[in-house]
Design a protein around this ligand. Structure first.
Ligand SMILES: *[C@@H]1O[C@H](CO)[C@@H](O)[C@H](O)[C@H]1NC(C)=O
Ligand SMILES: *[C@@H]1O[C@H](CO)[C@@H](O)[C@H](O)[C@H]1NC(C)=O
Ligand SMILES: *[C@@H]1O[C@H](CO)[C@@H](O)[C@H](O)[C@H]1NC(C)=O
Ligand SMILES: *[C@@H]1O[C@H](CO)[C@@H](O)[C@H](O)[C@H]1NC(C)=O
Ligand SMILES: *[C@@H]1O[C@H](CO)[C@@H](O)[C@H](O)[C@H]1NC(C)=O
Length: 541
């Protein structure tokens, strides 16, 4: 009786905690219709994925802690899901929108995502996570502004632009998918888009004013270099962290990454080239847009400014130069540097090595030899309903095995509230980029060669940036520190999209035996159920 009463009291406190948090924070409502429609980004007609008729999709504008209610109608002829790159879905991996956490929205049906941008600021994006849909569109920018009384370490810009850059194929996503399904690699992309356009994307500015550009690489595989003729840019934010303002004449944005830069229109009034070109590729793809002064005396002129192409050190040095402003506020009023990540001992080191090869005569990609094979039921949902046989923890080793590639539903279990080191190891001669859902992590080090414990001597334990997508240079490693304070099932994936599609991903199961609402929310009442969870009830267990 006493035990029951205190359980009830704990439950009540837990529920009021949630209600207290969500009731005060504003709601923003979105109704999105996902359709096919003709687009011509590289001059040829293609079937694109539109949101409310738009390609790219509409931007989401929000403020820290806002509740976002996004009702998505799938008017395609295939199951569809959106995922929210960098939005942490605290205690709520059910709404993450990848196949390991969320049932696909069937054709002709809708599903309402109930998200909260809890304790976050910065620049992110959303994208369609299933079936190579990302090659057809369905992506858009997400910005989270600071709450009014929390200082931002730079003056309010005169304008704030989303700049989505990415490589692009002239083939549609069903043709690309068919090539991958038949066991072939994809050819190189055909071009690069800026805000959905193969050329001529324009940003309008007024002379003398300063603008914020939120640049995200929403492409499928290529690292991209961004630059504006005769203009400098100052990096001020990286995936939710305010950085020390660092000035560059061009910036590498690896696939999946987001940056905010400030650009001042301090040149004679005319039009200037905005250039995006591919990095580390044998044939360099280049596209141009325009930075147009309102009192422009004329169109773009002069040579298109060149940028780095295959230089790795240039990019590595740039990455190391971008650091956290420790005294600036992030989403909360206290300084970002008040959490001393470098003084916490890690309890575990996980090494994730990528590999490529064939299984049964078909191209596959793997992490620690396991090529991810989706289960018949989302892993998080199977976990919630305790449905056995969908996945096994320990289906992937926490370090490279050196063995050949095999298929499995890879889930790596880690302890809630532990502080771990993850090393991404790249022994291949290609550029890689890795993303972790549910978290922001400190990028403590990256370098060429093989990682060893001695590599820790070179870590930045003071002012590294915290972000959600990290690049790994060819024949190099990148190391991150992460505080595992968000219970759930979280996707770790290659952002090289053909590799992700062919198995280069896994799930991190951040586990606690606690069933307290302080640790994790129950499955949302409106969650779609599928696979072996079909017919179950989403009412509290
Ligand atoms: C979505 O768009 C399609 C095509 O325009 C239309 O037929 C359908 O009624 C729309 N659905 C919703 C829910 O708006
Ligand atoms: C993709 O293009 C092929 C022809 O190459 C066509 O048969 C198919 O219907 C197209 N798919 C979509 C979704 O547009
Ligand atoms: C589908 O949309 C309707 C409103 O048109 C809404 O009431 C319903 O909750 C949505 N379904 C889901 C599963 O979110
Ligand atoms: C770092 O942030 C603080 C607090 O907002 C600000 O005063 C300072 O100018 C920033 N540092 C630099 C180098 O911009
Ligand atoms: C970290 O580990 C070192 C060496 O084992 C130990 O001396 C130190 O007290 C630990 N620090 C913390 C914060 O636990």
């Amino acid at each position: 009786m006493a035990a029951n009463a205190s359980f009830a009291a704990a439950l009540f406190i837990g529920i009021s905690l949630i209600l207290a948090v969500t009731a005060e924070d504003p709601y923003r409502f979105f109704e999105w219709n996902i359709t096919y429609g003709d687009i011509y980004p590289l001059g040829v007609r293609q079937q694109g994925i539109l949101i409310n008729g738009q390609f790219p999709g509409p931007d989401i504008h929000s403020v820290t802690n806002d509740n976002l209610i996004i009702n998505v109608y799938n008017s395609l002829d295939e199951p569809f899901l959106l995922s929210w790159n960098g939005i942490q879905q605290r205690r709520n991996s059910f709404v993450d929108g990848v196949y390991g956490t969320t049932c696909p929205i069937p054709p002709g049906k809708n599903y309402t995502y109930i998200l909260q941008v809890k304790d976050q600021i910065g620049s992110f994006y959303y994208f369609p996570s299933l079936a190579f849909h990302k090659a057809a569109g369905g992506f858009g920018g997400i910005r989270i502004l600071s709450r009014p009384r929390i200082p931002v370490p730079f003056a309010d810009p005169a304008g704030d632009y989303t700049v989505l850059i990415g490589d692009w194929y002239k083939s549609n996503h069903t043709d690309l998918r068919a090539q991958l399904d038949s066991g072939r690699k994809l050819p190189l992309p055909d071009g690069i888009l800026i805000n959905g356009r193969g050329s001529g994307a324009t940003l309008n500015v007024e002379q003398g004013k300063t603008y914020r550009l939120r640049i995200s690489n929403v492409g499928l595989q290529d690292s991209l270099n961004f630059r504006i003729q005769d203009h400098k840019m100052q990096v001020v934010e990286v995936e939710g962290i305010h950085t020390l303002p660092t000035t560059f004449s061009s910036l590498d944005v690896h696939v999946g990454q987001s940056y905010s830069v400030l650009v001042t229109a301090d040149q004679p009034a005319k039009d200037y080239y905005m250039v995006v070109s591919s990095r580390f590729t044998s044939a360099v793809l280049t596209t141009t847009g325009v930075l147009r002064y309102s009192n422009s005396a004329g169109g773009v002129s002069g040579p298109i400014p060149g940028g780095p192409t295959i230089q790795i050190d240039w990019s590595l040095n740039q990455a190391r130069a971008i650091r956290t402003n420790l005294s600036a506020s992030g989403p909360r009023p206290n300084p970002q540097g008040s959490y001393h990540y470098g003084m916490i001992n890690t309890t575990r080191t996980i090494r994730l090595a990528s590999s490529a090869g064939q299984v049964n005569g078909k191209q596959r990609y793997a992490v620690n030899s396991v090529s991810f094979n989706p289960a018949d039921t989302p892993l998080k949902i199977a976990d919630y309903f305790k449905i056995d046989g969908v996945f096994r923890v320990g289906s992937i080793q926490p370090q490279p095995t050196g063995g050949g590639i095999y298929l499995d539903t890879s889930v790596l279990q880690v302890d809630y509230r532990s502080f771990v080191e993850i090393v991404f190891e790249n022994t291949e001669d290609i550029m890689q980029s890795w993303h972790l859902d549910g978290y922001s992590f400190w990028v403590v080090g990256m370098d060429g060669g093989q990682w060893s414990p001695d590599s820790r001597n070179g870590y930045n334990l003071r002012d590294a940036v915290a972000r959600c997508t990290v690049q790994v240079y060819p024949s190099s490693w990148s190391a991150i520190y992460i505080a595992l304070d968000n219970v759930g099932m979280w996707n770790i994936r290659s952002e090289f999209w053909a590799r992700q599609y062919l198995g280069q991903q896994l799930y991190l199961r951040v586990y606690t035996a606690s069933t307290s609402l302080r640790d994790e929310y129950p499955i949302p009442k409106n969650a779609l159920l599928c696979g072996r969870a079909s017919g179950r009830s989403t009412r509290p267990l």
